[in-house]
Design a protein around this ligand. Structure first.
Ligand SMILES: O=C(O)c1ccc(O)c(O)c1
Ligand SMILES: [Mg+2]
Length: 618
């Protein structure tokens, strides 16, 4: 923690593994403190004293012990037992070295709907806590039996009127119920004992299930955490910003990168709250290049198709087996070094080809690199030859390298390539890269969205879901303010089985094209491997849109797909696959069409599957 920044904590329940795994991961990611979840401690073979010492050795404070359940508003006979339970937990807290316990609002069938009684009993608890130098934070669970809003928990805390009793605000419980966070400002800051932050996607489901399975780190979901946290800070909250995220994926994931993801989310939130955690993301002006890694067996068909798409081979890297292919000002690099230097999933991973790198044009590449570092995406060490441009790059969660190039210096990175003077290709009306579509490994979808958002400053668009041949798929587009860098993230909604490995986690580069129908016709003439789209699709298109018969006939003849939204129209055509996952698309946006034609994706996937089965005899 440096000056001017808040303390950052994380609940152990966010992470996978044993308590010791979780604490180590939280410390390495740079958290200042933790909330220890009782179940994690109970399952540990280390005593509370040892865990407390371990935390301090790691530089972590134990900010909260939680949860203490079903305490308040019970018949008097039960109070004595509840207080006895509490004293035992105070013993544990003393040994851990924490002074704050979280009490969540009761769900007990024996509790009664009586605020006066709840206040009186919480007051008795606070009195016991105070006698031991401890404090109690009362949290309204969204599914609490009688107390399920923070306003209600605050009314009870105010009524109890004890200095050792305050409220714990949890953004999930407030925002899942459409609570008004503005009223947080009416609570005195010294009564806000703890602030738990969790985001979530908008889901129409039981709130307890939603909370226990689908919470997300801030910036990954749909909640307005900035306003929520800003209200607490304005009210004078002085404790840590603490993440409490129950999520089935994160709970299965390696806790070390998950803790870094958590830290990145907190830093993005802090930036939105006005803390000076990172320099603003420089303006982007497009893709400088994309790089495909391809096995030598795949490379010839891939580059032949680039030729069909109007690209010419304009250079070879000085020191690496990398070819540069150019159409106008659009560049694709083809790298046949498949050993992979990016992340665990880089290289081609047995798929024949993969998108290994994206390079964006930044108004200030050094600032982009500093921002990435501040957002906990370290600049990758690279071997650099004497003549090579010093491009900085970072690894996206799936291992894709993201390079920062200078938008001013035309092709500064191009000096890495021999063959200056070679004429770029032309034709087919390709004007640039419209978007790059990356299917994310199941565990990395939300992390990837947060990465591109925090590091590049891309804004996420709406999530679309569709039924595809191999399972439900979600799609989330992300773009910079000017729409010059678009990334479409795709992933399955539940962990996918193994039965359909023929087409693996597809990735593609979509080139912007001024006339897709003309381009598709030219591709057919040159014998390019255009993906054939079946007649059923065009019959359905006709039913849905009532298209002009001549247009429909041309779409059908050239396997061009079509979509329309309130803003315009979209024409697109795909190539077959190169290897098991990479292909190209040409897209034409007419008017202000804002999507990616995701409605057509299932048809494309089935076509790729048929195509692969025929090609491989599988
Ligand atoms: O799901 C729960 O039981 C639970 C426990 C403790 C919390 O702080 C919380 O927000 C939820
Ligand atoms: Mg909570």
């Amino acid at each position: 923690m440096s000056e001017g920044e808040p303390r950052r904590s994380i609940a152990t329940v966010c992470l996978s593994g044993t308590l010791e795994d979780k604490l180590a991961a939280a410390a390495v990611a740079g958290f200042d403190g933790v909330e220890i979840f009782e179940n994690d401690l109970v399952a540990s073979a280390n005593s509370p004293v040892e865990i407390g010492e371990y935390c301090r050795d790691l530089g972590l404070s134990v900010d909260l012990y939680q949860p203490f359940r079903d305490f308040e508003a019970v018949p008097p006979a039960q109070l004595a037992d509840n207080l006895r339970r509490a004293e035992r937990k105070f013993d544990v807290m003393e040994q851990l070295g924490t002074d704050l316990v979280l009490v969540c609002s009761t769900v007990s069938p024996t509790a009664v709907d009586d605020d006066e009684l709840a206040a009186e009993q919480l007051r008795a608890l606070a009195e016991r806590a105070a006698a031991r130098g401890m404090r109690v934070a009362y949290e309204a669970l969204a599914w609490g039996r009688f107390v399920n809003t923070y306003e209600h928990s605050w009314r009870i805390v105010r009524r109890a009127d004890h200095p050792a009793l305050g409220v714990c605000l949890d953004s999930f419980h407030v925002l899942s119920r459409d609570g008004d966070p503005a009223l947080i400002r009416t609570i005195p800051g010294d009564k806000l004992f703890y602030l738990q932050l969790a985001d979530a996607p908008r889901l129409d489901m039981d709130v307890l299930q939603w909370s226990r399975h689908h919470r997300l780190f801030p910036g990954q979901g749909s909640f307005d955490l900035t306003t929520f946290a800003a209200n607490a800070l304005e009210a004078g909250y002085a404790g840590p910003l603490s993440l409490e995220v129950f999520n089935d994926v994160f709970r299965q994931a390696d806790p070390r990168p998950a803790a870094v993801d958590a830290m990145r989310s907190l830093r993005l939130l802090e930036e939105q709250l006005g803390y000076p955690v990172a320099e603003p993301a420089p303006q982007l002006s497009g893709y400088a290049f994309t790089e495909i890694t391809a096995d030598v067996e795949i490379c010839p068909s891939l580059t032949r198709t680039l030729g069909d798409l109007g690209f010419a081979h304009t250079g070879d890297h000085h020191t690496k087996p990398v070819q540069r292919w150019t159409n106008g000002t659009t560049h694709v690099l083809v790298n046949t070094d498949v050993s992979g230097n990016g992340g665990p999933e880089s290289g081609t991973a047995g798929c024949g080809a993969a998108i290994g790198a994206l390079a964006v044009e930044s108004a200030d590449p050094p600032r982009s690199a500093r921002r990435a570092e501040a957002m906990r995406s370290p600049i990758l060490a690279r071997e650099r030859g004497p003549e090579e441009a010093g491009l900085a790059s970072v690894a996206a969660p799936d291992g894709t390298n993201v390079f920062f190039c200078d938008s001013g210096a035309a092709d500064g990175w191009s000096s890495d390539f021999r063959g200056a003077g070679a004429q770029p290709g032309a034709g087919l009306g390709i004007t640039g890269i419209d978007h790059v579509s990356l299917t994310q490994p199941f565990d990395h979808f939300d992390e990837a969205a947060l990465f591109y958002r925090s590091v590049l400053g891309l804004e996420p668009e709406e999530v679309a879901e569709y039924a595809a041949p191999f399972g439900m798929v979600r799609n989330r587009g992300m773009a910079d303010a000017g729409g010059s860098v678009r990334i479409a993230l795709n992933g399955t909604l539940v962990r996918r089985g193994e039965w359909a490995p023929v087409v693996r986690d597809p990735q593609h580069i979509a080139f912007a094209c001024t006339d897709v129908l003309a381009a598709a016709s030219a591709l057919a003439e040159s014998g390019a491997p255009v993906l054939r789209i079946p007649d059923n699709y065009y019959d359905d298109l006709d039913a849905r849109f009532g298209l002009d018969a001549a247009l429909l006939a041309r779409l059908r003849a050239h396997s061009v797909l079509y979509d329309r939204d309130g803003h315009g129209e979209f024409l697109h055509v795909f190539t077959e696959l190169f290897g098991d996952r990479v292909f190209f698309e040409l897209v034409q946006r007419i008017g202000n069409y804002a999507g990616y034609g995701v409605g057509n994706a299932p048809v494309r996937m089935a076509a790729h599957r048929r195509n692969r089965m025929t090609a491989n005899g599988r």
